[in-house]
Design a binder for this molecule. Sequence first.
Ligand SMILES: Nc1ncnc2c1ncn2[C@@H]1O[C@H](COP(=O)(O)OP(=O)(O)OP(=O)(O)O)[C@@H](O)[C@H]1O
Ligand SMILES: [Mg+2]
Length: 220
Amino acid sequence: MIAFQNVSKHYDNNIVLKDISFSVQKAEMAFITGPSGAGKSTILKLMYMEERPDEGDIVIGDFHLASLKASKIPFFRRGIGIVFQDFKLIDNLTVIDNVALSLRIRGVSEKEVKTLAFTALKKVHLRHKADNFPKSLSGGEQQRVVIARAIVAEPFLVLADEPTGNLDSNTALDIMKVFRGINISGTTVIIATHNRELFRYTGKRVLKLDGGNLIGEEVG
Ligand SMILES: Nc1ncnc2c1ncn2[C@@H]1O[C@H](COP(=O)(O)OP(=O)(O)OP(=O)(O)O)[C@@H](O)[C@H]1O
Ligand SMILES: [Mg+2]
């Protein structure tokens, strides 16, 4: 249901992805790994249409991204939850209001907003922190709120870029359990990370990138 078909991407003279092809099945959980600068974040940005490929096509469900009209991007993105580092929690909104924000912007009825936001918070085991402000939570708890925000609209696909970046290794493994739970309920999950600890012993597929080339894959 997700396919990269001979995708290349460059910034100015710098070729950052070279003829990349792979696919990820519906309800699969997969990892993308490789050293800094390998192109991991670029792959996620292409899937979210923050960037467009220079060559090749990306198929996500029924959408062909290379030719998707700009006016269709907001609709396309509704099906995707993102955990990206540059998309921070808003400090002066409570946890529940952070989780609910995208639904409110979209004009979802307040009754449904409440139901969906509390459901998402329960999935990350933070129902009891609904009325707290982000700054009063630990780093791991804040990241769970970020995940709740990503899944609140019940996306079919969740993309996460170094989702445990600033966390200690026990907290990081707790966050991974949250992603496993989301995946078990049928959501496709793709996680980019340089941290091998996150996929070790998961039994999940790991795509290996280096210098913009897909150099192989392994099972975590
Ligand atoms: N907006 C941009 N403009 C120019 N070059 C970019 C841009 N974004 C990324 N690059 C370059 O593309 C290459 C791949 O970057 P990318 O962020 O995808 O790597 P990464 O694998 O996510 O690395 P890291 O582990 O450090 O996050 C790098 O050489 C980077 O400098
Ligand atoms: Mg990156």
